[in-house]
Design a protein around this ligand. Structure first.
Ligand SMILES: Nc1ncnc2c1ncn2[C@@H]1O[C@H](COP(=O)(O)OP(=O)(O)OP(=O)(O)O)[C@@H](O)[C@H]1O
Ligand SMILES: [Zn+2]
Length: 662
């Protein structure tokens, strides 16, 4: 059954292999590969073929009527009264000429019948319009009626077809659900086993290394990959082995996809891109078929690049899944490994994959001969941010007051995607105000939106709620100003933003790569400042502090369990409290310490939190008058920036206003 009657593209395959598909919201010019994979199509095809054959068979029997038993008119009459008959064939013998000449007053339906049909003495009439009286009339006029099929027809029809109709309906329903996408995809019901890879031909990849910034080391390493693709002979001549796979590791939005595309653009080869999640389907075997198809397609288009984003969706350690469904994923992963082993380096296909969870990847994927090259891409540092901002502002008209260096300084922790978003948001704001140039104010508003979420000014807040929020936020602010090691405050607001009613935003002065104990304790302390202020002023606490408590607890737990920062428990790893959530390979180690130790961890965590809370209480009790003043001004003005805050509070021993943003 490996052959099927589906039309295959021509041998050369070049003309009709790719059909332009306008992706929803995507860039025009993306192409969806139309691969062929008989194995993948098999289940859907077989079923529809069977259904089709069956229908054909029934139809033939139904309409041919040649070998159907003929019944007399009387029988026919009783049949008609018994059940609904969809169609009958009427034979005229004597008076065919009468009907033809119109002398016979035949029912309308009979008159409409094609005369050639009549000449063969046989024609079909729809019974609902062919009543008993009409039949009687015809008989009176001398037309002999013979009915060839009985009433059981409809029943037979239903009995035979109902299961198939239901089945087909289910099939379509499930397919739509599974593909989880628009109808466009559901239209192609035979595409189960085809890879969903999008292909961009070499003429369309316009991205080059010039479009990627802040990742110079990665580019240096990848330059070699480009050479493999453009000049493979050079390496093969000296017996060098071309790497088959490059794994890009790094947090979201750092430009992994962009880099992969840039390699394709530099080498001027086609680029297949697919997400790991696209392989995974409900049906067993589909993912594997898709992998097979993808590689087939790629080999045909070699030299080329396959890019698999989020490879962790298929590449998770095997044998670690919980519950059902992982068999399919394992099969897909196995197929991927097989394909990677299968294609030789001469084939000139390079697989690039990206993930931000390298820790959960199956070790087989990382073995030499597969993804033997691993490149880490981190969030950009200040120089990187400046370079990225320069790229993204290349074609935007900037006002003279916009300083890219200052922007880069004031956006620590931003990824490349965040920075692209920053420029875009600023441009949108400028456009909304019908400005010709983007100003520094636009950028500041855009940054606030990215840092704190969009404002929700329309949300109704009662005065009481506003007051509570103002004291809560003022609590955060004051505690951080008077706690050593705190991050600089960027802004405080009681305008609802994102999911919170109020917000105190911090902006570190520089990129931090490690944190010391003092800094962590300060973070816990000011996180609790909001709740402490509520308690102090209203002698009550609200649910608004839930998020703060969660953050504080998380830090305290990690200090004890991971970072060895508790005196009594020492520098021992007690397991990452978060890893158990992922059902990856960490599933096996839920706890590797005794009951007593568990108890001790809890005690230590509580000690840290309570200690920090005491400190916050001390600060706020001492600063109660300032707290009232700050909260009052906050209610009035709703938002305060770092400089305005410091004018009210005066300097403390902790957070200073960020000199760049103040
Ligand atoms: N280093 C960079 N230089 C220039 N632009 C960048 C950089 N990093 C990210 N961007 C911008 O952010 C966008 C998104 O980045 P991209 O999709 O490549 O990130 P990613 O690392 O693949 O993210 P994810 O892991 O979420 O898939 C890019 O299209 C580009 O506009
Ligand atoms: Zn808070």
């Amino acid at each position: 059954m490996s052959e099927n009657p589906v039309k295959r593209p021509g041998k050369d395959g070049s003309r009709n292999k790719f059909k332009p598909v306008q992706e929803e919201g995507g860039t025009p010019g993306w192409f969806r590969s139309k691969g062929e994979s008989p194995q993948g199509k098999f289940p859907g095809f077989l079923l529809f073929l069977m259904a089709g054959l069956l229908m054909l068979f029934v139809f033939l029997r139904f309409f041919s009527g040649t070998d159907a038993p003929e019944i007399t008119y009387n029988e026919y009459k009783s049949v008609l009264s018994r059940a609904l008959v969809t169609e009958v064939t009427v034979k005229t013998y004597e008076d065919k000429s009468a009907i033809l000449s119109g002398k016979l007053n035949a029912p309308a339906q009979l008159q409409l019948i094609d005369k050639t049909t009549l000449q063969t003495n046989r024609f079909a009439v729809r019974v609902p319009s062919f009543t008993l009286e009409q039949a009687d009339m015809l008989t009176e006029k001398g037309v002999r009626l013979k009915v060839e099929k009985g009433s059981s027809d409809l029943n037979t029809f239903l009995a035979l077809f109902a299961p198939w109709i239901i089945f087909a309906a289910l099939y379509f329903f499930l397919f739509r659900r599974m593909s989880g996408q628009n109808g466009a995809q559901a239209k192609n019901i035979f595409s189960f086993g085809k890879s969903r890879a999008k292909m961009v031909s070499e003429f369309e990849v316009k991205t080059t290394f010039k479009d990627v910034a802040g990742v110079d080391e990665a580019i240096e390493e990848l330059q070699e990959t480009v050479e493999f693709l453009t000049n493979p002979e050079k390496f093969q001549k000296i017996g060098g082995k071309i790497p088959k796979g490059v794994l890009l590791l790094g947090p979201p939005g750092t430009g992994k996809t962009l880099l992969a595309k840039a390699i394709a653009g530099e080498a001027k080869v086609p680029f297949f891109s697919i997400s790991g999640a696209d392989f995974v389907e409900m049906f067993v075997g589909v993912g594997a078929a898709r992998v097979r198809d993808l590689f087939e397609q790629a080999k045909k288009n070699a030299p080329c690049i396959i890019f698999i984003d989020e490879i962790d969706a298929v590449g998770r350690s095997r044998g670690a899944g919980l519950g059902g469904g992982h068999d399919e994923r394992e099969q897909t992963l196995n197929q991927l490994l097989v394909e990677m082993d299968g294609f030789t380096t001469n084939e000139n296909v390079i697989l690039i994959a990206a993930t931000n969870r390298p820790d959960v990847l199956d070790s087989a994927l990382l073995r030499p001969g597969r993804f033997d090259r691993q490149i880490t891409i981190d969030k950009p540092d200040i120089r990187g941010r400046e370079a990225i901002l320069k790229i993204h502002t290349r074609n935007t008209p900037l006002d003279g007051d916009v300083d890219i260096t200052v922007l880069a300084k004031s956006s620590p922790g931003f990824s490349g995607a965040d920075l692209a978003n920053l420029v875009n948001e600023a441009a949108l704001l400028a456009a909304r105000h019908e400005q010709v140039l983007i100003t520094a104010v636009n950028f500041e508003q855009a940054r606030d939106k990215i840092l704190m979420g969009p404002e929700r000014r329309s949300m109704f807040i009662s005065d009481e709620q506003k007051k509570l929020t103002a004291y809560h936020e003022a609590g955060h602010v004051l505690v951080s100003i008077h706690t050593k090691g705190s991050d600089p405050i960027h802004k405080v607001t009681i305008i609802p933003r994102g999911r919170s009613l109020g917000l105190t935003a911090y902006l570190p002065l520089e990129d931090r790569y490690t944190h010391n104990r003092e800094y962590l304790l300060a973070m816990i302390t000011y996180a609790l400042g909001g709740r402490v202020a509520e308690e102090l002023v209203f002698q009550e606490c609200s649910t608004g502090a839930a998020n703060d408590i969660e953050k504080a607890t998380d830090i305290a737990r990690r200090m004890v369990r991971q970072w060895g920062m508790s005196e009594s428990l020492g520098p021992i790893n007690y397991g990452d409290s978060h890893k158990e959530v992922f059902l990856g390979k960490d599933y096996s180690h839920i706890r590797e310490y005794s009951e007593e130790t568990a108890l001790q961890i809890d005690v230590e965590v509580r000690n840290i939190i309570m200690g920090c809370m005491e400190n916050a209480k001390t600060v706020l009790s001492e600063q109660l008058a300032v707290l009232h003043r700050l909260a009052g001004i906050l209610i009035e003005k709703e938002s305060l920036n770092a400089r305005e805050i410091q004018e009210i509070t005066g300097p403390g021993q902790g957070a200073l206003p960020n000199p760049v943003t103040a």
